[in-house]
Design a protein around this ligand. Structure first.
Ligand code: GLY
Length: 580
């Protein structure tokens, strides 16, 4: 029986949806179609709007803003500031990211690039010792690891251009949460414990994230961030000047210098967020919109979809050995290209058109053997026609007017560099590790980059962050994205395939076991739960398989005639999708 037939028979049989504890209201009878007894997991439904984030308090703030008449951008800005308080390992003021905005009235999408920049004094070989060896700690645990932050500039650009509510109103909930504190969840307590060695190295961080006696916060205790509340208040009162000039800027400069780095107040004053044209593509009738360079995500999602469109994935079956084989071969080729061609397009010529061309995908798949794994050392970055930490976080928002925001931002590693700028409560990123310290050698995610991603003054490091929107009949249908370092691109791809090819609802699509291949190292990383039979079949084709920790924390919204559906990744216990 096909999915559609099964669905129809269930509806005709008067199947009633078993209410999910998160649901704000049970779906109306005519709104049951998305729910199916064929699915183990069910999304959240709402009539007017939806917010999906990795942390429940931030989700509630987004929903409140939407209920008060704010649009998706207003809600996104409020959520962006709130996550800096409630999810400090990834939500941030001292990092950077990418926001994809779909404006319903104008029927167009804008990509806001607020990625960190290398400081003006950065140089190509700044992470090499005198023998030319990479000094990893310098790009990860040192003042030199910190890029000029972009988040506040990005959020304020979005609010000023596309929001409708005042800065003060959007910052107020975050300020309140920082000043009055919130109850520590088991997940937050666990992440602090894990990061203890890195955070405790810096007295300015230790005094915030651990108690006076040095002990850790326990689940159920209240966590207050007074200095962060004051920093947020300066932004509320002065706008971007409250971060990029004055007290905050001078404290960032001082703390980075003391840690051995060289971000100056001039670097901070010169920082600009940039509006860019998104990457676009198509997949089985859907329009795909995603992030352009300096993110590699959009290009490679479109490139992999272009390859996979040539195969009958639906017939092959979700997570069958044959489907996984084809996905892996597509990933292998896309990540190989990433290693050579991708970098900050303001500095290097990135062949966007050539890489996202369907004809190029046809060339690439000629080399794919349906029965045998390719060896990555035999797959080099493709020849193109001449061309012109896990600890990131994503949120998706849709409003009642049809506007959509897909936003991914990060400090890079969990809690970034671990360094809080003295007296500000602001954690600083270690995003400089996303550059290729020595082109050809892997970064913190094992990703190999090329000359195109070499360090240079004022350049943005290459990213994998892939906030994505799929349009159906020219309207936002799917809004999604995820953290996960190098796995961001492959995880986002799988959400699209699970929905479009395998006809899963977004909750099922989010829960499904994930796989990942990034060209080098040459093995398929899989989550626990892939059947032993499938693993054996893949091994018979020559693939190496490693079962490792889970990948991603997708936050996804789907909109159809019956309303809004939200699905927060079950891999993140504090995540919540909620609408009204
Ligand atoms: N720092 C992870 C990324 O930008 O992809």
């Amino acid at each position: 029986m096909t999915f559609t037939k099964a669905l129809l028979s269930l509806c005709c049989a008067g199947f009633l949806f078993a209410s999910n504890s998160y649901a704000t209201a049970p779906p109306k009878p005519q709104q049951q179609a998305i729910y199916s007894q064929m699915s183990i997991h069910q999304p959240i439904w709402a009539e007017h709007a939806m917010v999906a984030t990795q942390e429940a308090l931030a989700t509630q703030i987004g929903v409140d803003i939407l209920k008060q008449g704010g649009n998706a951008v207003d809600a996104a800005v409020a959520v962006g500031y709130a996550l800096a308080v409630t999810l400090p390992r990834a939500g941030n003021l001292g990092g950077g990211g990418f926001m994809l905005v779909y404006l319903a009235e104008e029927q167009r999408a804008i990509a806001i690039d607020y990625r960190e920049k290398a400081p003006a004094k950065a140089t190509k070989n700044m992470y090499l010792d005198k023998n030319g060896h990479v000094q990893k700690q310098l790009s990860r645990d040192h003042g030199l690891a910190i890029g000029t932050p972009g988040t506040v500039m990005g959020l304020e650009l979005a609010r000023e251009k596309y929001g409708t509510l005042s800065r003060k109103r959007l910052l107020a909930p975050a300020i309140k949460l920082a000043a009055s504190g919130f109850i520590v969840s088991a997940e937050f307590a666990n992440s602090l414990n894990k990061a203890k060695p890195r955070l405790s190295r810096w007295p300015s961080s230790k005094e915030i994230f651990f108690k006076k006696d040095g002990s850790s916060y326990q689940a159920g205790e209240r966590f207050i961030q007074k200095a962060l509340a004051a920093s947020l208040t300066r932004i509320s009162e002065l706008g971007t000047d409250g971060f990029y000039r004055g007290f905050t800027a001078s404290q960032i400069e001082k703390s980075v210098r003391q840690a051995g780095g060289f971000i100056s107040q001039t670097d901070l004053q010169n920082y600009q967020a940039i509006q860019r044209l998104p990457i676009t593509g198509s997949y089985r009738g859907y329009k795909v919109i995603s992030m352009p360079p300096p993110s590699s995500g959009g290009i490679h999602i479109v490139q992999m979809l272009n390859m996979l469109e040539n195969y009958p994935l639906a017939e092959l079956g979700q997570n069958s050995a044959q489907s996984i084989h084809l996905m892996v071969e597509s990933m292998r080729r896309a990540y190989a290209d990433r290693s050579l061609y991708l970098g900050d397009s303001d500095f290097v010529n990135v062949p966007v058109k050539a890489l996202t061309d369907k004809k190029y995908a046809q060339d690439l798949i000629k080399e794919i053997d349906l029965n045998k794994a390719s060896a990555s050392n035999k797959v080099s970055p493709g020849k193109l026609a001449p061309y012109e930490s896990n600890q990131t976080t994503h949120f998706s928002i849709m409003d009642k007017w049809g506007n959509a925001v897909s936003n991914t931002y990060t400090l890079n590693f969990s809690y970034g560099s671990g360094l809080v700028a003295q007296g500000t409560g602001i954690l600083l990123n270690n995003e400089m590790d996303d550059f290729s310290a020595k082109p050809g050698e892997p970064n913190g995610y094992g990703l190999i980059g090329g000359e195109a991603n070499a360090v240079a003054a004022n350049k943005r490091p290459l990213s994998s962050m892939s906030p994505t929107i799929l349009l159906k009949n020219n309207r936002p249908y799917l809004v999604t994205g995820t953290p996960g370092g190098s796995r961001i691109i492959s995880t986002t791809l799988q959400i699209i395939l699970n929905v479009v090819d395998y006809k899963m609802n977004i909750a099922q699509a989010s829960a499904a076991v994930r796989i990942h291949h990034q060209w080098l190292p040459d093995y398929i990383r899989v989550e626990r739960g892939l059947s032993a039979d499938t693993i054996r079949l893949l091994e018979a084709k020559g693939h190496k398989i490693k079962v490792q920790s889970v990948m991603g924390s997708t936050q996804t919204i789907m909109k159809n005639e019956q309303g809004f559906y939200g699905a927060s990744d079950p891999r993140s216990p504090s995540a919540l999708s909620k609408g009204y």
